[in-house]
Write a protein that binds this ligand. Sequence first.
Ligand SMILES: NC(=O)c1ccc[n+]([C@@H]2O[C@H](COP(=O)([O-])OP(=O)(O)OC[C@H]3O[C@@H](n4cnc5c(N)ncnc54)[C@H](OP(=O)(O)O)[C@@H]3O)[C@@H](O)[C@H]2O)c1
Length: 314
Amino acid sequence: MGKAGKQRAKERREKRLEEITQLRKIPYSPSDRWWSSNTVAVVTGSNRGIGFEIARQLSIHGLRVVLTSRSLGPGSEAVNGLANEGLKVDYYPLDVTDDSSVRSFADWILAAHGGIDILVNNAGVNFNKGSENSVEHAAEVIETNYYGTKRMIHAMVPLMKPSFHGARILNVSSRLGRVDGRRNRLGEKTLREQFLKEESISEELIDQMMCNFLHQVNDGSWGSKGLPQVFTDYSLSKLAVNAYTRLMARVLSSRPTGRKIFVNCCCPGWAKTSMTGWEGNTSPEEGADTAVWAVLLLDSPSGKFFAERRELTF
Ligand SMILES: NC(=O)c1ccc[n+]([C@@H]2O[C@H](COP(=O)([O-])OP(=O)(O)OC[C@H]3O[C@@H](n4cnc5c(N)ncnc54)[C@H](OP(=O)(O)O)[C@@H]3O)[C@@H](O)[C@H]2O)c1
């Protein structure tokens, strides 16, 4: 790219950043405030990073937030940090990869709160940094990011409270999980076609893709299968989360008014957290913005993918 081209690209980037900054400043109108201090919002993996910020911002908006973490120490520290800001949240330990932990959480939330209104599936792991693409931790990545999200949805859907405005599930995903993303794409033709066509997405299809990938990791063939080339395990796990979002939105769409559950996903952008080695172009606070905006929409859509308060294609 020549000098003039680089300058134009820089100007476009700056203009886009300015637009995003303005979008984030759009105030929440009091007339759109459908929630109250009895609206229960659960955020997984909220002891730090984007999850902590989602919990913090929802608490500032006046919801009853349940902060969760897989270890007690960091969870208590996060709760105390919020208390120092005058924010009171509830706490319960939760490891999304552990059936008994999820069951214990479900029993507690039912007893303590009578159910939930909002579930934010934020917990996630990615062991790759920079330009690495190692699949050494592929099993843990898939188990946490995809099966953890699915496990929570299965456990929480029966506990979602009836509401005129509908209960909400928001899966924190990534642009890296787009089928046809700018940095990543699913090259394998049959899979591409299946994941691009909403009607062909099924739980079996997604699970099978995860299962095949883990076999390919074991036999060393994963690199030649037309899978995403950037952070392959992480990107595939988020592709699965995106597909599962669309599937669940469809499955739950037939519920009657008053029992509706809206399911969406979002990308927080490249945020400076432990996951990115503190690199990135946004703060965790900015990264949390779209997730908070999406779950607080007065008229929620379902089956959508958002970033910077706008809809993206899958
Ligand atoms: N940062 C980015 O640029 C970026 C970009 C796109 C998408 N995302 C997504 O945003 C979400 C939050 O990421 P982050 O950047 O805030 O990362 P982070 O700072 O590493 O936080 C991840 C959180 O998930 C928790 N977690 C991990 N495994 C868990 C498990 N089995 N059960 C319950 N909690 C678990 C972690 O708990 P511990 O403290 O116990 O480890 C931590 O609280 C993730 O889903 C990530 O994929 C992030």
